[in-house]
Design a protein around this ligand. Structure first.
Ligand SMILES: [Zn+2]
Length: 134
């Protein structure tokens, strides 16, 4: 999913939540947009290249889904941690709503294009490292 789609949807969520949570509604932008920083972290650790431009081009055009990508913010375990935090600190909910929208959009693209543009993302770290052991 292009980042401008994530920005647009997260900004709408922040605007909706602003009357209820004030400036904490901007956490929807953090949860909805900045969680994609894990793509950059993956690129740095696997390609040994710090170039943000190279990382963007790789993720956008070159990644063929041939490796089982671990994205630290795109998995069910991170969701559980975030929801648990939001239960104890309710002002954290805008972050969770932004993250939820982000993941719905990512999964929509995953299922829509999985045959032509497969992206093997480990949506469960427990499954990847303890069940599949890849
Ligand atoms: Zn994403």
């Amino acid at each position: 999913m292009d980042i401008h789609h994530h920005i647009l949807v997260s900004a709408m969520i922040a605007a909706i939540l602003f009357p209820f949570t004030g400036w904490f509604s901007l956490l929807a932008l953090v949860g909805g947009v900045l969680v994609d920083v894990d793509h950059y972290i993956w690129f740095i650790t696997n390609k040994k290249d710090f170039s943000l431009v190279h990382a963007y081009k790789f993720m956008k055009h070159e990644y063929t889904g041939d490796s089982y990508m671990t994205l630290v913010f795109h998995n069910i375990e991170f969701w559980v941690i975030c929801i648990t935090c939001a239960i104890f600190w309710p002002l954290y909910w805008p972050f969770v709503f932004g993250l939820k929208a982000h993941m719905i959009m990512d999964l929509y693209m995953f299922f829509k294009y999985r045959k032509t543009h497969p992206q093997h993302v480990a949506y469960s770290l427990v499954k990847k490292y303890f069940v599949d052991k890849i």
